[in-house]
Design a protein around this ligand. Sequence first.
Ligand SMILES: *Cc1c(COP(=O)(O)O)cnc(C)c1O
Length: 389
Amino acid sequence: MHHRFEPEPFRRISVAAPDLAGNEEAYVVEAIRSGWVSSSGEFLERFEREFAAACGTRHAVACSNGTTALHLALTTLGVSRGDEVIVPATTFVATANAVRFCNATPVFVDVDRDTWCLDPRGVAAAVGPRTAGIIPVHLLGHPVDMDAINAIAEQHGLWVVEDAAEAHFATYRGRPVGSLADAAAFSFFGNKIVTGGEGGAVTFSRDDLARRMRMLRSHGMDLARRYHFPIVGFNYRMSNLTAALLCAQLERRAALVARRRAIVRLYGERLRLQTGLVHRTDAHWAGVSPWLMAVVVDHDGFGLDRDALMATLAARGIETRPLFPPLHHMPPYRRFAARQGISSLPVAEWLGATGLMLPTHPLMTDDDVAFVCDQIAAAGRSRTLRRAA
Ligand SMILES: *Cc1c(COP(=O)(O)O)cnc(C)c1O
């Protein structure tokens, strides 16, 4: 007996991967040969100079990762016990964790149904007598409506720290993220838009903050007097090896962003034909620097729920991620939300339950994107419709 055997389509596509094909290797080798492999060196100075220039700020302070960048920014601004800090419910957990490192209290606010970013209307409603500041997160590379956030901050005397970990080189009304608030935190983790393997940076323009942040980054040591420690600090430094890698990434930043934009555009064109998928609506003032392509999977319209689609794609070799679950549901944060009387943040909960992040990285070919879209189409309701037709 002979069976016609059609192998299931399969192609290994990872959700993220770094493109290190420029001067990355040469610069890291150069750093090793120079002997400057620790926390000072020419690549570090060059990286801080060039990253500040790219963000349009006077300062960029390099540090060990995006989480320590947030912690450094908050500590430099004096955040402490009893302060309340407004954060979006939809973000990576590090945004809220950095607030807790300062013994401050995160106050979760819902995100906008169109842009999926922190909703200024929710922020205005959440400001109270203990509010000290706001951390808008430029989610998935889409900037927050910063004029609205800054207006609220000004009205109430609050600081604002951008979490730009997913949005390097994005623009808001033509101005780069990183330059839109008191300070901004960036991550250079392996899956971000530019990477040093690990790494982070804080950008800002106030000179008085620069001195304090550099002290806090390195044990609280006086910048001019060795082994004199006026304040308690951290060891949050970046190595010259990491900076070498990042200098090479910065050289190719335009191409790296352009490739991600092309991939996201291709996904958009193909997946818009698919019923049951909801796309983010980009604001007209947003210059998006895409991190990961994401869609919301509407069970009824699509025919499968998000988790079933993830499993189907995984069986075809395609790695995906759920969109971030809402932070007010996480065990360390439930009690804060309960105390603040937050029962439901509907958009964040909808995104967490049904949002799906698709493979998006510069090593993907157009054909890879088409493969992912074809597998999504094959899994969804349109398949039944096509077969019936
Ligand atoms: C990645 C990320 C961070 C943390 O960066 P690490 O370098 O991994 O510490 C913080 N906030 C957001 C929004 C992120 O996506």
